[in-house]
Design a protein. Structure first.
Length: 102
């Protein structure tokens, strides 16, 4: 007696093809493809801007000289004093901007 090999019924395959797991797997695959394409596009677009940013960022990050340290200490003590007295509340927006950007 020969036994026939049981093949997977087409109904079982259809159920598996449309199951939640199959759907989620397809969704994740599509999402990964789209995200990787988006990242590659963004990297291509931003590469020149980032190169410029890193160039000027490296120039701006010099270490302080010994002549600049007393000025930095004076500026910090002035800021602490204005916080303690509350005088920073009386400054105009232009003055606040210039005080914080130097």
């Amino acid at each position: 007696m020969l036994q026939e090999k049981k093949s997977i019924s087409p109904i079982f395959w259809v159920i598996n093809q449309y199951s939640i797991t199959y759907f989620v797997a397809q969704l994740v695959c599509n999402l990964v493809e789209k995200v990787s394409a988006l990242v590659n596009t963004a990297a291509t677009y931003w590469k020149p801007s980032l190169a410029t940013f890193w160039y000027y960022g490296g120039v701006e990050q010099d270490s302080s000289t010994s002549a600049e340290i007393p000025t930095a200490i004076q500026s910090l003590s002035k800021t602490i004093r204005s916080v303690q007295t509350g005088s920073f509340k009386q400054l105009m927006l232009k003055e606040l901007k210039s005080a914080t950007l130097h």
